[in-house]
Design a protein around this ligand. Structure first.
Ligand SMILES: NC(=O)C1=CN([C@@H]2O[C@H](COP(=O)(O)OP(=O)(O)OC[C@H]3O[C@@H](n4cnc5c(N)ncnc54)[C@H](OP(=O)(O)O)[C@@H]3O)[C@@H](O)[C@H]2O)C=CC1
Ligand SMILES: O=C(O)C(=O)Cc1ccc(O)cc1
Length: 464
């Protein structure tokens, strides 16, 4: 075990063993390096500095490969399975697919070391906590966590939810001390609060981008090649859509289907989309206008008492630069009705959600999504233009029809708990966009980084 202690986070830390079950993208964040040279904070080095010992495993068939991959990491030992990790670790983190957490905990949970602490990193806490309650011995403490960012985002300053579900203050303090090495902002919630908030910030946000992808796929277009999708708002839609489709399907399926709080939101988003689209199709200008403005007031407040801050969430001009288009001759952006953004605000309004209330628990993707939505609703003239286009201009009708069909399709799939259909719907569109992922990921990363940096500059100015 580790021999010297340079900066032990708590007394006895030199003998505190961290166990990781599931060495996929997120498991490696806790164990290893984040594979991005722009991230100076290498978690593995941090744990090394803390002199912590890590035992980790994935499925048994990956044992040999993982042993090779981690051969040069002196603090990490790869074991064959979760039984071996569980019986020897003081704090065990389950970092497996949300859909299998029940069966994985059922298998390894009974092997948990006497008096250990157990937690999970799954995106939805209801099944995780139920699995822990059902299968862990009663002497085991439960402290769960959830990093509100993907594996390629610098964890420093991002929210990290901590859930003290069944634990002594001492156990909780140990977990907190270990996870502090990630440099994230700790947010303290119950499992139920976590699921309610992430249903708003994640599940319904993803539903919007998943629907955009399906609509563009159905109309057989790469939107960055079209002169109809030019400019800042469109760049955000395209880059984030591609970012989601370039990831593993189970992450998004899990947090939508397994989160009992998410079904209502995703269903309302589909309903809002459909109803607004009908108003546009039928040319009911005044009804559309009244509905959009009523939603604006409920979500963003009155103009004389707005809920948004003095400065826009999305810094002026920042996202305009991040286009995938090779064609600089596209010219300025052309007016769009932005059905997806109008539907988002209508959905928040119908459910009484004030998105700013969730900033403490927001992902970079949610902040960008709220940023473009706010931009549409607070930029003088833009909202009226989108209503006018929705009624008068048929340029986007086909895309909007497909968007509406897609939103309803995702909602039905989620409501019926159809993992397999969800996977097929996702993967077929993933294949369509695949040729552009490498470039899209780079552009999307750069866009997120620019926005996060602008956020940081604002924080510094506010503190001064
Ligand atoms: N990716 C993201 O952006 C984020 C994900 N999360 C959550 O973190 C969790 C992990 O996600 P992520 O790392 O992205 O997914 P990955 O698919 O990359 O990792 C999950 C790993 O767990 C393995 N696994 C499955 N069953 C077992 C088992 N019985 N024993 C050991 N290992 C097993 C999987 O193997 P196999 O592939 O063979 O099934 C896989 O390697 C998910 O619950 C996700 O919701 C949380 C925050 C962000
Ligand atoms: O920012 C997002 O919403 C992402 O897509 C990345 C992500 C996915 C799953 C999580 O549980 C947390 C973050």
């Amino acid at each position: 075990m580790a021999s010297t202690i340079s900066s032990a986070p708590f007394p006895g830390a030199e003998n505190f063993v961290i166990g990781i079950i599931g060495m996929g993208d997120m498991g490696k964040i806790h164990a290893h390096v984040v594979p991005d040279e722009r991230l100076p904070l290498l978690t593995q080095q941090v744990f090394q500095r803390l002199c912590m010992w890590i035992l980790a495993c994935d499925r048994e068939e990956k044992y040999e490969d993982l042993v090779k991959e981690f051969a040069h990491h002196p603090n990490i030992q790869i074991l064959r399975n979760g039984h071996l990790v569980s019986r020897a670790s003081n704090y065990i983190i389950y970092s497996v697919e949300a859909a299998v957490i029940g069966q994985v905990v059922a298998e390894y949970g009974p092997s948990t070391r006497l008096g250990a602490i157990v937690g999970g990193q799954t995106s939805c806490k209801d099944p995780e906590i139920r699995a822990f309650e059902e299968h862990l011995p009663s002497d085991v403490d439960i402290v769960s966590c959830h990093s509100l960012h993907g594996p390629n985002v610098d964890p420093r300053g991002q929210p990290l939810v901590l859930i003290k579900h069944r634990a002594s203050d001492e156990s909780f303090a140990k977990v907190e001390a270990v996870l502090r090495s990630l440099g994230s902002k700790h947010v303290y919630l119950s499992a139920k609060e976590h699921d309610r908030i992430t249903a708003d910030t994640q599940a319904v946000t993803h539903a919007a981008f998943l629907s955009m992808g399906k609509a563009w796929h159905a109309t057989k277009q790469f939107p960055w090649e079209s002169s109809r999708y030019v400019g800042g708002i469109e760049n955000v839609k395209i880059n984030l859509m591609l970012r989601i489709y370039s990831q593993k399907w189970h992450v998004y399926a899990g947090l939508a289907i397994l989160n009992p709080e998410a079904h209502k939101q995703i269903n309302q988003f589909a309903k809002s989309t459909t109803e607004l689209f009908y108003l546009m199709l039928e040319g009911r200008r005044e009804e559309l206008r009244a509905r959009v403005y009523a939603a604006k007031e409920r979500v963003f407040g009155r103009d004389d008492n707005p809920k948004w801050g003095p400065k826009p969430l999305l810094p002026e001009g920042v996202v305009d630069r991040f286009s995938l288009s090779k064609n600089n001759a596209h010219g300025p952006s052309i007016p769009n009705n932005h059905l997806s953004l109008l539907a988002m605000v209508d959905c928040w309004s119908a459910l009484g959600i004030v998105p700013y209330d969730h900033m403490i628990c927001s992902t970079p993707l949610f902040r960008l999504w709220l940023g473009v939505t706010e931009h549409l609703f607070r930029t003088p003239g833009l909202l009226d233009e989108s209503i006018r286009v929705g009624i008068e201009d048929t340029t986007y009708r086909r895309d909007d029809l497909q968007f509406t069909i897609a939103a309803c399709g995702w909602a039905e799939c989620v409501a019926l708990g159809q993992f397999e259909t969800w996977r097929e719907r996702f993967c077929v569109t993933q294949k369509f966009f695949e040729p552009r992922f490498a470039e899209a990921i780079q552009v999307g990363q750069a866009m997120i980084k620019a926005v996060l940096e602008a956020d940081k500059e604002d924080e510094v100015v506010e503190k001064e």
